[in-house]
Design a protein around this ligand. Structure first.
Ligand SMILES: Nc1ncnc2c1ncn2[C@@H]1O[C@H](COP(=O)(O)OP(=O)(O)OP(=O)(O)O)[C@@H](O)[C@H]1O
Ligand SMILES: [Mg+2]
Ligand SMILES: [Zn+2]
Length: 330
């Protein structure tokens, strides 16, 4: 899931097709006008001719100012005539220009070598569509989340009651999703397997996407393999790379943290992504089976105390729901 080179290429193709369509539609409009008014065609040809002549003069250095002025005046007069032809027909002034969907980059996707907003948004949209297709988002809603699956007997030791705990976790998550904004806090979902961490992350994702935000849901092993492949296979330029996008989305959900294969690369990448999001106060939800101690051992103090320490902890306790449901079925 997430944004990868494939999303980038698909988005680029969409933008390129947009540009070709704009050019194609201009040709069609032009033909229509020429049919209706052959004079317009003559004017456009004449204008193009003047353009070439001016160019030639400047290049050959025959700087005959008078001639150039003449050409300029002629071209202005022709342009006025053309404007008149368009307005007589109640056609817009830009009828003979490409109607780009994005005027800023003229549907090329890039401005001075940097990705334009329209390309980024298209990638976002594609990534979200994929998220919806690839994850059981529909099944994992707040409505399908049941607190009865959690025991109402206090746990030995802590005395905490799993069901009570989950009722408050569920309330918290619903509120978090409903009130989501760019200023929302980051969360750490922590607890054993099968306790609903992924389920509630996806439920939050669903609500937040519906509110129009860009959400990326990725599982940790998945994304680091992808990043590593991109990095070492090369060929995918930095500006479009997945990690830039992981840093940019409105909400990043990093699931199953701690199950990725840990290398120098993954831990520095993890640090960069989380640090850059936290610095810009972009909300992130991390879920993990690891305790803080285990995280400390795995990632070191830099990540755990400086980064994970800034997330609000949400504790998941109880018995693996996968088992509970199996037992209930029998
Ligand atoms: N409270 C719940 N009500 C209904 N279904 C639930 C609930 N909690 C979990 N499930 C379902 O049980 C399965 C396991 O839950 P989930 O994947 O969310 O657990 P997890 O905490 O992410 O586990 P892991 O740490 O192994 O990733 C999923 O199919 C999920 O939809
Ligand atoms: Mg999970
Ligand atoms: Zn653009």
């Amino acid at each position: 899931m997430g944004y990868g080179a494939d999303v980038f290429h698909e988005a680029e193709t969409i933008i390129n097709l947009r540009r070709l369509r704009a050019e194609d539609e201009l040709e069609k409009r032009r033909e229509l006008l020429y049919k209706d008014c052959p004079r317009a065609k003559a004017i456009e040809y004449e204008l193009a001719g003047i353009f070439v002549q001016v160019g030639k003069r400047v290049i050959s250095g025959i700087e005959v100012r008078k001639n150039l002025d003449e050409l300029k005046n002629k071209s202005l007069a022709l342009q006025e005539e053309l404007k008149g032809i368009l307005s007589e027909r109640k056609l817009p002034e830009n009828y003979l220009e490409e109607w780009y969907k994005c005027e800023e980059c003229k549907d090329t996707g890039f401005i001075d070598g940097y990705m334009c907003k329209c390309l980024k948004n298209t990638m976002k949209q594609l990534a979200y569509d994929r998220l919806n297709q690839a994850s059981p988002l529909k099944l994992c809603s707040f409505d399908s989340f049941k607190c009865e699956y959690y025991s109402d007997t206090p746990l030995k030791g802590t005395g905490k009651v799993p069901r009570k705990n989950m009722e408050s976790v569920l309330r918290f998550c619903v509120k978090y999703a409903d009130n989501f904004s760019e200023e929302s806090r980051s969360l750490l979902f922590q607890g054993g397997p099968g306790l609903g961490k992924t389920h509630l992350s996806l439920a939050i994702a669903g609500t937040v996407i519906e509110k129009g935000y860009g959400v990326i849901y990725v599982s940790s092993p998945d994304i680091f393999t992808r990043l590593e492949n991109e990095r070492f296979r090369g060929g995918f330029e930095e500006k479009g790379s997945t990690d830039a996008l992981l840093c940019e989305c409105d909400l990043l959900i990093l699931d199953d943290m701690g199950t990725e294969y840990l290398s120098k690369f993954t831990s520095s990448e993890l640090y960069n992504i989380l640090n850059s999001r936290l610095l810009r106060q972009k909300p992130t939800i991390i879920s993990t089976n690891l305790t803080l101690d285990e995280m400390q051992q795995m990632y070191g103090t830099r990540i755990v105390s400086r980064i994970i320490g800034m997330l609000d902890r949400v504790e998941f306790i109880g018995t693996d729901i996968r088992q509970v449901r199996r037992i209930n079925k029998n």
